[in-house]
Design a protein around this ligand. Structure first.
Ligand SMILES: *Cc1c(COP(=O)(O)O)cnc(C)c1O
Length: 357
């Protein structure tokens, strides 16, 4: 087998879930496992989190997969469902479902579901992506209260800038959410990972930690380790080629990188078809034999190349970490102009996941 494996540390995952709850006064938490558990493998993650109070996913397709492993758990569908067949299906599966727009509300009320559902009305508190504004939400609440389709009526909303705790939109969104405190809801949920750490007033009844479960930071400026998080994914490989290139020679597609001096180049079996971003610029850090070396040349579909000058003893077979325990995914993401969320969730299906702990 080629040397490229994503090692997934399930005990770190459990540590991070426990930390999420502890940071917020031990409130119940939907572990957010959308997008294949941010690339970690949803089945293994859901099975490992046997203590979780519930799970949250983006869509019905993902909920189905979680339901298969967890016949009893609460599973919240964050984008809601689309049409009467979906409502029926969600009722059969006993899901918690978001209602984020007028069409979803109407299609539910036009439907006779096999059993009433736990609903989560979504407030558009300022992100302006999904949800009802304050007036429309009151109206939706009035129509759903007591309706035959409703087992439980809950409220949720989502922050646009929780990763920047000083941003004024956070206060605005919190105020909008609080402005509905006079309505009767069974429970309320507002906090994602960033708000769990940075906004006590947002904790309310249910937490929705995502990225922090996987040990990456929800903040631009606070490294995950300083938050007490443990990285869960360790993307590891080994050099599959080593060569000397002379000054003036280029490396990789487009001959875009040219050696300024004689340089030892290492080649790794990891490319953009594995989920490593093609946009990674020269200088993006890669760990070879425990030392940071710069990526050079363009990332290709199945390979990338690094400058081995700092590791003269490196040879074919020398271990490499793309991100993980020693090289935080957030650092690689930042070098690539993106966030840890994207690197983790885009890790391709062809990269084997090995589970530990
Ligand atoms: C993805 C998502 C979350 C989790 O966000 P993190 O920043 O990963 O903690 C919470 N709520 C909603 C609605 C989401 O879409």
């Amino acid at each position: 087998m080629r040397p490229l494996v994503a090692h997934v540390d399930l005990s770190a995952l459990r540590h991070n879930y426990a930390l999420a709850r502890r940071e917020a006064g031990d409130r119940p938490a939907f572990a957010v496992v959308k997008a294949n558990a941010y690339g970690h493998g949803v089945r293994a993650v859901v099975e490992a989190l046997d203590e979780a109070d519930g799970f949250a996913v983006a869509c019905l397709e993902e909920a189905l997969e979680v339901r298969r492993c967890r016949p009893q758990a609460r599973i919240l569908v964050l984008q809601g469902v689309f049409g009467s067949e979906d409502w029926q299906h969600a009722a059969q599966l006993g899901l918690d479902v978001a209602v984020q727009g007028r069409e979803q509300l109407e299609s539910l009320l036009a439907c006779q579901v096999v059993q009433p559902l736990r609903l989560w009305l979504k407030l558009d508190s300022g992100m302006h992506r999904l949800g009802f504004d304050l007036a429309a939400l009151r109206e939706a609440h009035a129509r759903l209260q007591g309706a035959a389709q409703v087992a439980e009526l809950n409220l949720f909303s989502h922050f646009a800038c929780a990763d920047l705790p000083e941003h004024p939109l956070n206060r605005q969104q919190l105020d909008a959410f609080t402005a509905l405190d006079d309505l009767s809801f069974t429970q309320r949920s507002l906090a994602n990972s960033a708000a769990i750490f940075a906004c006590r007033a947002a904790h309310r009844d249910w937490l929705r930690p995502g990225i922090m479960l996987y040990g990456a930071s929800p903040f631009v400026e606070r490294p995950a380790a300083t938050l007490g998080l443990q990285p869960v994914m360790h993307l590891q490989g080994a050099l599959i080629g080593v060569r000397e290139v002379a000054a003036g020679e280029s490396v990789g597609y487009g001959a875009s990188w040219v050696a300024a001096q004689p340089t030892r180049i290492g080649t790794l079996s990891c490319g953009y078809a594995d989920g490593y971003p093609r946009s990674a610029p020269p200088g993006t850090p890669v760990l070879v034999a425990g030392r940071r070396v710069p990526l050079v040349g363009r990332v290709s579909m199945d390979m990338l190349t690094v400058d081995l000058s700092a590791v003269p003893e490196a040879q074919v077979g020398t271990p490499v970490e793309l991100w993980g325990r020693t090289l935080p995914v957030d650092e690689v993401a930042s070098a690539c102009g993106t966030i840890g969320y994207e690197l983790l969730s885009k890790l391709a299906a062809r990269v084997p996941r090995h589970y530990h702990g």
